[in-house]
Design a protein around this ligand. Structure first.
Ligand SMILES: Nc1ncnc2c1ncn2[C@@H]1O[C@H](COP(=O)(O)OP(=O)(O)OP(=O)(O)O)[C@@H](O)[C@H]1O
Length: 629
């Protein structure tokens, strides 16, 4: 049985129950204190000001003042504790979600927009924390106030009290019906925000392409369309909330007027004093006030529920690559790797959210979900309609077997889309083979702890990902404990030291997002230095195809050669020199190894390798041919 998002969130919030209890207790004290005001007002009017009884003006007003100021102090602490609770919960949930996201496999990210994920971490978690702070706590307090005011009203005049409660069924039905629309509207608001955020991050990251292809106008139109849709959903969410709020107000006013009519007639008939009806009306305000506030609190709750649904949606995604409970540590690694009948198939999930009007799904826009019924007699949870999922399968690699001995260089060659990247991605367990096994040092890699396994592997990819921060921060990313001496030694080995020291701040120079302030060759040399510093036994290398000038190229090549020394290296080779010197060349086509062996053997064999050699390898670095001949 699936439990509701509210129940789930409350269970998640168990460690904070004490603080929630304290805030509610402070709230009760703060609200109960002014509730005695009508009683003192009645005393003032009917006895003190009328000159009856023994009570003087000063003591009565003094007690009223003391109660009111006590309420102010309590209010201060209540707000302080609420801020503490809300922000603490937000921080903890955000951290939990981020930790979870870190464990999600690469395939999870393959299918989502980065901006969409960040929208859940930032936007939805912010909204989720309102459920308790702005929602449930206020709801409990208001409920308490209603009960307390109701009790006092019944004590004052049971008939009038019963009459004032006659509005409750109308409240119930309006809440039951409007809530469905409010929640559906807010859900659409958040989903649309996710799309906006996804597009924004993607297009901003690719701003050069947008500008180079004169895509600004098209992007502007896309963004306007998305924000317009967001605006539309937000307006309807506010409209439904407004309607509910005004309905509540109408019921409260009607109740108040009826009480004036009936109570006023009772005063005229001498069955009630003027002080009593005024006190009754004041207390009635304390009954209707919170009931009316339910409308606002309720909107906060409905809104937060949709945020919570979205946060739990991510938390519910199980990491498909999990560590076995008895996973072994891997203190050392020889780098002996065996693939045995390994296959991997990509399954891309295409999500299609229901579109009103049945038109094709527009990935930029979220249509608002329609309520399942016209009228609701009882509250309904309107769970999110699961998107239609179509799974598209694409063969990555098929039945791959080979052995790489410790320290060998394995060159992978093959046409584009052949499966070379897929193959190397299985070594650090970015993806899990659908069948077959990958062994390192005689053991299936699934037997090792994932972080231990990855400790022995370094990647140098074409798209050298560097992070914003200083050069040193980037170099020590895989070895935060490295000494400055080690950092400099790695940079020297990667031919990076010289250009680093040319910068005014040297190793402390800030390199901008993704190393924006560096040239392609400089970025590559930093990536190589980062790998050298990690000192892995297994190296995964995707040689750069981008043309570097010959000086830069020579420095990168030299750095790479130093890096490869003594490590088992898998290289997606784009340079003939690498291919020729490799201990083993695996020729991959259509996900399978179609040829294997040394350069000379493969050339003699003919087939795809010879074809590739003629068409691609030879063409890549023609100047190398002379040396090889
Ligand atoms: N994340 C993914 N989701 C779905 N299919 C994918 C994914 N990544 C790759 N593929 C598909 O798997 C096949 C093999 O891709 P792979 O990236 O391994 O090829 P490659 O040999 O490295 O190509 P290239 O030399 O062009 O980089 C291709 O058909 C590709 O479309």
């Amino acid at each position: 049985m699936t439990i509701s998002p509210v129940k789930r969130y409350l269970l998640w919030a168990k460690p904070y129950w004490w603080t929630i209890g304290l805030i509610i207790a402070l709230g009760i004290v703060q609200f109960v204190a002014p509730l005695s005001t009508p009683i003192y007002t009645q005393l003032l009017i009917d006895e003190v000001l009328a000159g009856k009884g023994d009570l003087g003006l000063y003591p009565v007003v003094g007690i009223m003042a003391a109660i009111l100021f006590f309420g102010v102090v309590v209010n201060f602490f209540r707000h302080y504790c609420s801020a503490l609770l809300g922000n603490r919960m937000m921080k903890d949930l955000r951290e939990q979600l981020y930790t979870h996201l870190q464990k999600m496999p690469v395939s999870f990210y393959d299918q989502r927009q980065v901006g969409g994920i960040s929208s859940r971490v930032i936007h939805d978690i912010g909204g989720a924390q309102n459920l308790i702070g702005g929602g449930i706590i206020n709801l409990v307090l208001d409920l308490f106030m209603v009960l307390f005011a109701g009790f006092l009203l019944f004590r004052m005049d049971a008939f009038l009290a019963a009459l004032s409660l006659a509005i409750l069924p109308f409240y119930y039905l309006s809440f039951t019906n409007m809530n469905v629309h409010i929640r559906l509207a807010w859900r659409s608001v958040h989903r649309q925000m996710e799309r906006i955020s996804g597009t924004l991050v993607e297009r901003m990251a690719g701003i050069r392409i947008v500008q180079a292809f004169n895509g600004e106008r098209q992007e502007q139109e896309r963004f306007s369309g998305q924000t317009k849709q967001h605006y539309k959903h937000t307006l309807s969410a506010h409209l439904f909330s407004n309607v509910l709020g005004r309905l509540s107000e109408t019921f409260a006013h009607t109740g108040g007027i009826v009480i004036w009519l009936v109570g006023g007639s009772m005063v005229l008939a001498g069955k009630m004093t003027a002080g009593e009806i005024i006190a009754f009306q004041m207390l009635l305000g304390n009954l209707y006030g919170p009931i009316q506030r339910f409308a606002d609190v309720n909107v906060t709750i409905q809104n937060s529920i949709t945020n919570i649904e979205r946060v739990f949606e991510v938390l519910d995604e199980k990491p498909s690559i999990e560590e076995s409970e008895d996973a072994m540590s891997m203190p050392r690694c020889d780098g002996h790797i065996v693939f045995r009948n390994v296959s991997y198939t990509y399954s891309a999930r295409n999500l299609a959210y229901p579109q009103n009007g049945g038109g094709p799904a527009n990935p930029d826009l979220v249509e608002r979900e329609k309520a399942p019924k016209r009228f609701f007699w009882k509250p309904t949870s309107v769970r999110p309609v699961p998107p239609e999922i179509t799974i598209e399968e694409r063969q990555g690699i098929k039945n791959i077997s080979f052995e790489a001995r410790s320290g060998e260089v394995i060159a992978l060659v093959g046409p584009s889309g052949a499966g070379k990247s897929t193959l190397i991605n299985l070594i650090p367990r970015f993806y899990e083979p659908a069948c077959g096994e990958v062994y390192i040092d005689g053991r299936d890699i699934r037997e090792y702890r994932i972080d231990d396994l990855r400790k022995h592997i370094a990647l140098v990819l074409q798209d050298n990902i560097l992070f914003s921060g200083s050069i040193k921060d980037n170099l020590v990313y895989g070895r935060p404990d490295a000494t400055m001496k080690e950092v400099v030694a790695a940079a020297k080995a990667a031919n990076a030291h010289e250009f680093i020291t040319d910068f005014k701040d040297g190793y402390d120079s800030i390199i901008g997002e993704r190393g924006m302030r560096l040239s392609g060759g400089q970025k590559q040399r930093l990536a190589i230095a980062r790998a050298i510093l990690k000192d892995p036994k297994i190296l995964i290398l995707d040689e750069a195809t981008s043309a570097l000038d010959s000086e830069s190229e020579a420095m990168v090549t030299e750095a790479l050669e130093r890096l490869m020394e003594g490590r088992t290296t898998f290289v997606i080779a784009h340079r003939l020199a690498t291919v020729v010197r490799a201990n083993q060349i695996l020729v991959v086509d259509g996900g399978e190894i179609v040829q294997r062996g040394s350069h000379g053997k493969l050339l003699r064999e003919g087939g795809l390798y010879r074809k590739l050699y003629e068409q691609q390898l030879k063409a890549m670095r023609p100047e190398e041919l002379a040396g090889l001949a």
